[in-house]
Ligand binder design. Sequence first.
Ligand SMILES: [Zn+2]
Length: 129
Amino acid sequence: MSRLDLVEASLLQMDKKCVRRGDRITAQCPAHDDREPSFVASTTSDDAVLFHCYAGCSGASIMEALGLRWDQIKPHDRRQQMFRRPRDPSYDECVCGIAEADMRQGKRLNQKDLQTYRQSLLRQHRSAR
Ligand SMILES: [Zn+2]
């Protein structure tokens, strides 16, 4: 069972709407009353799970809601590393994915999210060259 399987299992157990596409999950956030899925989780190359709630739930509250421990979803040395750290390419992928999904649904991004989205987009373009 991969780390992402664990997250998926927890979400399903909580009756959250959850869509899995390969190494990526889009779901209703476990930590707040979520109607449109604003929670995204994805797997990095080293099999850590990165996740993000677009509504702004903290990592700790999400982990608590999922009933998981950090060491269950991240390799030991990365346990404290949060999704916010924009080093991992999958971070940018994730941010862009959520932002674009939101815009497709006609949601307006706030200033902060828009800025995060633009930075991720830029980094993605740079690394694609
Ligand atoms: Zn949330």
